[in-house]
Design a protein around this ligand. Structure first.
Ligand code: XBP
Length: 265
């Protein structure tokens, strides 16, 4: 497939973070939450499978609050919150601790980028496609991940890093994508999104964006009917993706030519 066949190059590529750029949910946030629980003397431990169930709630603080309110875990004497204010304080304390452990894991190199992510980001830069991030995750975590996986200075490759509590409603609400488009000063049509979850796809689609989904262990059974393309991962020249849905235009890994083909409709 040659480049000249598709002349509409996307103007911006917007990446989700958790599960899309790296498997941060299973290997990062989950493990770090467990470390935070132990630190505070809580006997709670989230298994890989159970964490998958908790992912029904987007946002680390929101997920933790949901767990405490709905799963009613045991508390050691004196630590059980007695009011909404105390619950909020506990959630913030645990989340803060979790983020410290999470960033340490990132700095220790325990969470690599997913296949093809670095190559695609570098190629997009060379071809003048603008880069952005749109995530539910906290800004500090995103910064740590980009810094340690792409190298110091990589933050500057991204025109927009839209993260966490910057918008009123997290995914599946489209707020974070509306915000990202406003910051890019672009309409949705010339932009493409890479996502990994149904919530992320819902958010991007509601903002009018065309989306490629790369599934992971937690999301492979979710429905992605509004995605343009559904893949096992972005792939590499010697490690083709598995096509799950959509038209891959004969490509075996995602590069800017495939993105141009998608942007051309
Ligand atoms: C990511 C999330 C986040 C992370 C942790 O969603 O749901 O909650 O699990 O984030 P997405 P915190 O990939 O769709 O952006 O930094 O809030 O703990």
């Amino acid at each position: 497939m040659t480049r000249d066949r598709f002349d509409i190059r996307p103007k911006a590529l917007i990446f989700d973070v958790d599960g899309t750029i790296a498997d941060t949910e299973r290997d990062g946030h989950r493990v770090a939450f467990n470390e935070a629980f132990t630190d505070l003397g809580l006997s709670w431990s989230w298994s890989e499978d159970f964490y998958g169930d908790l992912l029904i709630v987007a946002g680390g603080k929101e997920r933790l609050r949901y767990f405490i309110q709905w799963h009613k875990p045991d508390f050691p004497a004196g630590l059980a919150p007695k009011s909404e204010t105390q619950l909020t304080e506990l959630v913030h304390r645990l989340h803060h601790l979790k983020n410290s452990y999470y960033k340490q894991r990132i700095r220790d190199g325990k969470i690599p980028l997913r296949l093809g992510v670095k190559r695609l980001i570098q190629e997009a830069r060379r071809r003048g496609i603008r880069l952005a991030i749109a995530t539910t995750s906290s800004l500090e975590n995103v910064v740590a991940l980009l810094d340690s996986t792409l190298g110091a200075g990589a933050l500057n490759w991204f025109d927009v890093i839209a993260a966490g509590d910057i918008v009123p409603q997290k995914k599946p609400a489209p707020d974070i994508y509306h915000y990202t488009l406003a910051q890019l000063a672009l309409p949705p049509a010339p932009c493409l999104v890479i996502e990994d979850t149904q919530y992320g796809l819902q958010a991007a689609t509601a903002a009018g964006l065309t989306t490629v989904v790369t599934v992971n262990g937690y999301t492979k059974t979710q429905g992605f009917s509004s995605a343009r393309l559904v893949l096992s991962h972005l792939g590499e020249p010697d490690r083709p993706f598995r096509l799950i849905g959509g038209d891959a235009h004969g490509f075996s890994y995602v590069n800017t030519d495939l993105l141009a083909a998608i942007a051309s409709g």
